[in-house]
Structure formats: C-alpha cells, structure tokens
Write a protein that binds this ligand. Structure first.
Ligand SMILES: [Zn+2]
Length: 405
C-alpha cells in the first residue's frame, strides 16, 4: 500500500489538491508485470499510468512507470522491481518535476526512499491517507486497502486471492494475504488472517482493534484468532457485508480458547514473553571464534525469535532466520494454536517477515537457520527441511540446538 500512499502524495504534491481519490490495480506475476492505474484529484484532473521502458512485460531489474496528468501535462515517475517472482517489492522514487513548490517534497521523498514495507503503514502514513484520500472513517480506509492488496497474495494452487487489513492499537495498519506452495500439501498454506497476525506480532503490536477481510473468514482463522490478546474486543468487518460489524465471540460462539488448555493464567499472543533459551556454550564459542559472520548473525536472530516464540501448548519454542545473497536477515518464530492445527511454523513466520521486508522471492533465500530446544517433544527441523526442498532448494540449512537457562 506504499504504492497508493506514494501516488496519493505524488499527485497531491503536484497539484496541491486538498483531497485525492485514487483507484489502482496492479499485478506482477511469474515475471510478467502489468499495471493499470487511474486517479482523479479533487480539481477533477485525471491521471493515468503508462510503462516508461520499452518492454513493459519484463519486470527483471524493475519496470519504470510514469504517472501522467492528462489535463495538466505534469508527471511523476515511479519504479517497480519484480525479479521474476510472483510478487514485487515496491520502491518509489519521487521525481516530480513540478515548476511549483511541491508540498513538503523532502519529507515525501524521505519516507518513500527509506520504507521497504508495503504490508505496514505507520500511524503518520495512516493519517496522511485519511486526510488526503477522502476517507471518513478508518474502516473506509481499511476496506480500500483490502480491495487494493489482493494482488500481493501468492495462491498458485487455488488462484483464490484473499487480503485483509487491520488497525492495531499502536495506530499502525497491517496487511495480510494468503500464501500457497506448489508441490506441498494444502496444510502448508498460510491464510491471509494468519499472515496479518504474524505481521502485527513481528511489529510488537499489542492488539488489533479493527480487522477488515476480503472474504468471510474460515473456521481455521476464527480459531487461530482466539490466541490474540483482547481478541474478543476486535471489530471484524467483511467485504460485501458492509454495514455489519462482528466480534470473534459472534463469529465463533462456544469457542475453544487458550483458557481451555491452560486455565485462567493463560497469556495470549501479543503479550510479551521470554522463553529464556540460549545456545550451548560450545556452539556459542564456535560462532564467536568465526568473528562477525553471517552464520553468527543468523544464529543470534534465530535465537531471539525462539525466545519470542508463542508456544504455550508444546513448551517447545522455535525460531528461524532466513538470509538472501545480500546478507539481509528475515526472522520468524513458532506461534501455536490451542487447536494445534492452525499453528504457524517458524518457517512460515519468517517467510511473512521476508515478504513484508522486501525479500525478492523464495528463490532469493540462500541460507536458513533454525533454533529449537535440543530435547523438544515437538520439532520443526524435519518438516522444514522437506519444505525447503520445494521452496528454496538451493538454500543452506543449519539447525542449532538450544537449551534452557
Ligand atoms: Zn482462513
């Protein structure tokens, strides 16, 4: 959604319109990029997008698109990168050549140049979108986001695109989409609501206040959301059923919750925890001897994830770190469900973190490090090893045992 924010700001800076409405759709699938966008500002000027380079279908290395005002002849350039994957990372370069003094252009450029996430909006961006997008309520904004982010999902099996957007108590907005994996069984799929929850969890969110979903949530997701701190207070809205608000107790009456397994002392997801795992001395020493290596950094990150892991049912916390060829790290941890099966593995969690932070496709993963307890009754090592053969077959896989403090 940074795209929409960037466009809204670009247009706003150019025409200094008080309110900008936009309507965008774009896709970049399997190396083929296609986009279409139209926008209309408050003055009635219409904007459209056109590819700037000759081979618009070639997303490798990024396609350039130009936003042109049909009525005023002004333009803004935006770059998109795809690298042959079925999703793209948005990085906008704000290159307005306005003759007028563009509104706070420096701050716009700063935000667009430094942000990598297209799955998270910070509170300031939410406010900008609210003010300039003409939305009357946060629910209107969330619905708009839901309608404009389905293209980010990766469902090669079902081709059924689900997206959702939620407002956290921090003021941030999170996006979630569904992910499926070719050649792996259906339970390996990650639902959009689970993606969103992992995204929010990785941003240390405390609670979700409003959740807007593109489709009626399945039972699996209703069950998974029972793990959330203050989940019973979350307002749930569904595209196509506008005007109706639901709560989780309404959508899932007589539900099975963490309290059923753990009792009243149950601590929920989003509440801080430290599992107090550490690496055995000999592992720590051997990593330290190598100096500041990628392996050491990945081990440290995977351990940190394991310590943040939500594993109240198995008591077998687990954390994972992915890296790409540039040495960027993406981490994720195990998040369990009281009903067991909706559990999100540390691999799925880290893949979400990768997508949110600009990992250039599964094939970009070069190394994977898993940390889990040495004598755990529940281990992810073997299942993850099999999944990696299909998700990123060339990646080096390291498993490090952890022990309690
Ligand atoms: Zn679901």
């Amino acid at each position: 959604m940074t795209l929409e924010a960037g466009l809204a700001r670009a247009i706003h800076s150019e025409v200094r319109a008080p309110r900008v409405r936009y309507d965008l759709s774009h896709a970049c699938r399997n190396g083929r990029a296609s986009r279409s966008s139209t926008a209309c500002d408050a003055s009635g000027s219409r904007w459209s997008e056109a590819p700037e380079n000759k081979s618009a279908g070639d997303s490798k290395g990024g396609s350039k698109w130009r936003l042109v005002s049909k009525t005023q002849g002004k333009k803004a350039s935006l770059s998109f990168g795809g690298e042959g994957s079925s999703f793209f990372t948005f990085r906008a370069t704000h290159e307005l050549s306005s003759s007028g003094s563009a509104m706070d252009e420096d701050s716009v450029r700063k935000i667009l140049d430094t942000r990598k996430e297209s799955f998270v909006l910070c509170p300031e961006e939410v406010e900008v979108l609210m003010a300039k997008g003409g939305f009357e309520t946060k629910e209107d904004l969330l619905l708009e986001l839901v309608k404009n982010t389905a293209h980010l999902s990766l469902p090669p099996i079902s081709n059924f695109h689900v997206s959702c957007a939620a407002l956290g108590s921090s003021g941030r907005v999170y996006i979630g989409v569904n992910i499926e994996f070719r050649e792996l069984p259906l339970p390996s799929a990650l639902h959009a609501e689970q993606f969103l929850v992992m995204n929010a969890f990785q941003h240390q969110e405390e609670a979700l206040e409003i959740l807007y979903i593109s489709h009626v949530p399945c039972g699996h997701c209703r069950q998974f959301m029972c793990e959330l701190h203050r989940s019973e207070h979350m307002t749930i809205l569904i595209n196509g059923i506008e005007g109706e608000r639901f709560t989780l107790p309404q959508l899932l009456p007589l539900r099975f919750t963490p309290r059923d397994l753990i009792g009243d002392e149950a601590r929920f997801l989003f509440q801080p925890r430290d599992n107090e795992l550490r690496l055995p001395k000999e592992v720590e020493e051997s990593l330290r001897e190598g100096g500041e290596t990628l392996e050491a950094a990945m081990a440290e990150r995977a351990l940190k994830e394991a310590n943040a892991s939500y594993a109240p049912y198995s008591n077998c916390p687990s954390g994972l770190c992915l890296s790409d060829a540039s040495g960027n790290l993406y981490g994720g941890c195990l998040v369990e469900s009281a009903a067991y099966n909706p559990t999100v593995s540390p691999l799925h969690s880290a893949l979400v973190n990768g997508l949110v932070n600009g990992l250039g496709g599964w094939e970009a993963i070069t190394q994977v490090t898993l940390v889990e307890a040495k004598d755990a009754a529940v281990k992810h090592e073997h299942v993850i090893r099999e999944c990696l053969k299909f998700i990123c077959p060339g990646a080096k896989y390291t498993v490090l045992p952890a022990e309690g403090k």
